[in-house]
Design a binder for this molecule. Structure first.
Ligand code: HEC
Ligand code: HEC
Length: 322
């Protein structure tokens, strides 16, 4: 649609549409005027038998009849219909039509109607906490539908996530933020930004960075080089402000737990070295006002129901491996 911001294209579309319709009328007029001339020199016959003079296989002749009336009228009606349609509906570039009808308005009306129909149901859901709704089958069915339509393209249809998009079926400890209903509602409403500044300069040389990466790997018991990890431990203090002295993360700043063997941005030394050098800027777009507050409440319950121990603040840790 952005192409139509350019003033040329609306005119182009409008002129081409009008010319096409008029050309159909012209074709009809000319076809009515035209007389057929045979190419085989047998034109003398035509005066006697109404044929064009074309002969195939010795005796097959072509009649020279006018278009049937009904067909002609259908053609004229089609042209009139096209002109009336173009006058009242948007079909000529940016001209909005006499009715000012638009798919967007129609969609908005449908949406308003739909929302008013389900409003009583959602009002009942809104009166209960997200945690309570995780036990309500109807709320979960509605929440699943909302999730499929609005969240699955990033978080996966099973909520399993992918590189850069968090797995929402993780246990509490592996979440970037808090796993409670209130926090989930806030995340969906406002979106969130996971920001880690590039730390290469603070750590030092390539070797130093590799040492720290190996220390990080050692925190989760992942395969690593013991000597490098030992040398990297002291440098990890630069990371501790966000990821904690023990590397267990800090949900308030969204710094992930580095000890749980769940890797949002990929596993292994190379991925960690890249995180240190380039930092991270991971954005989830706000889902409000695309979703109403009531809808967010319901989809939050569905999200909470996907992870083990569906009770706020659970610390059950069953992290997913790489
Ligand atoms: C355009 C992609 C995108 C869409 C659409 C999206 N998300 Fe997200 N979501 C993300 C990203 C990226 C993050 C991680 C942000 C970060 O690193 O802080 C995230 C984080 C989250 C978190 C926090 C997870 C944690 O570990 O703390 C929740 C909860 C969440 N999303 C739920 C949803 C729900 C529910 C929807 C649909 C209503 C949704 N998201 C739609 C990309 C998306
Ligand atoms: C200012 C706070 C901050 C500092 C300092 C910081 N980080 Fe991070 N780090 C974050 C945040 C926030 C994220 C999550 C980004 C996201 O949401 O995608 C992150 C993500 C990561 C990841 C990706 C984790 C995964 O699951 O894939 C690694 C690895 C990492 N940091 C290592 C380090 C190391 C090593 C240092 C020190 C050299 C460090 N960080 C310093 C805030 C920080």
């Amino acid at each position: 649609m952005s192409d139509f911001v350019n003033g040329f294209w609306p005119w182009y579309v409008g002129v081409v549409s009008i010319i096409s319709v008029l050309a159909c009328g012209l074709l009809l007029y000319l076809a009515g005027k035209a007389t057929v001339v045979a190419h085989d020199g047998q034109s003398a016959d035509r005066k006697n038998d109404d044929t064009t003079g074309h002969v195939w296989d010795g005796n097959l002749r072509e009649y020279n009849n006018p278009l049937p009336r009904w067909w002609l009228w259908l053609f004229i009606l089609t042209i009139v219909f096209a002109l009336v349609y173009l006058a009242i509906f948007p079909g000529l570039g940016s001209y909005k039509g006499l009715l000012k009808w638009s798919t967007q308005d129609e969609h908005q009306q449908d949406l308003t109607q739909l929302r008013s129909e389900v409003a009583p149901l959602y009002a009942a859901f809104a009166a209960q906490s997200v945690e309570v709704l995780t036990k309500d089958k109807r709320a979960l069915t509605a929440g699943e539908r909302l999730f499929m339509n609005n969240c699955s393209q990033c978080h996966g249809s099973d909520g399993g996530g992918s590189k850069g998009f968090p797995n929402l079926t993780n246990a509490n400890a592996a979440w970037l933020g808090e796993r409670g209903g209130e926090h989930i509602v806030r995340t969906i409403t406002n979106g969130r930004i996971g920001m880690m500044p590039p730390m290469g300069a603070a750590i030092g040389s390539e070797a130093d960075i590799s040492d720290v990466a190996n220390y990080v790997l050692s925190l989760s018991g992942s395969p690593h080089n013991e000597i490098k990890a030992f040398s990297g431990k002291a440098k990890f203090s630069a990371c501790a402000a966000c990821h904690g002295v023990d590397g267990k993360g800090n949900k308030a700043v969204g710094a992930p737990n580095l000890t749980d063997n769940y890797w949002l941005h990929g596993w292994g030394e190379a991925a960690i070295v890249s995180a240190i050098k380039n930092g991270k800027n991971n954005v989830m777009p706000a889902q409000s006002p695309k979703l109403s507050a009531e809808q967010i409440h319901v989809v939050a319950a569905y999200v909470l129901s996907m992870s083990p121990g569906a009770v706020a603040g659970s610390t059950a840790a069953t992290p997913k491996g790489p």
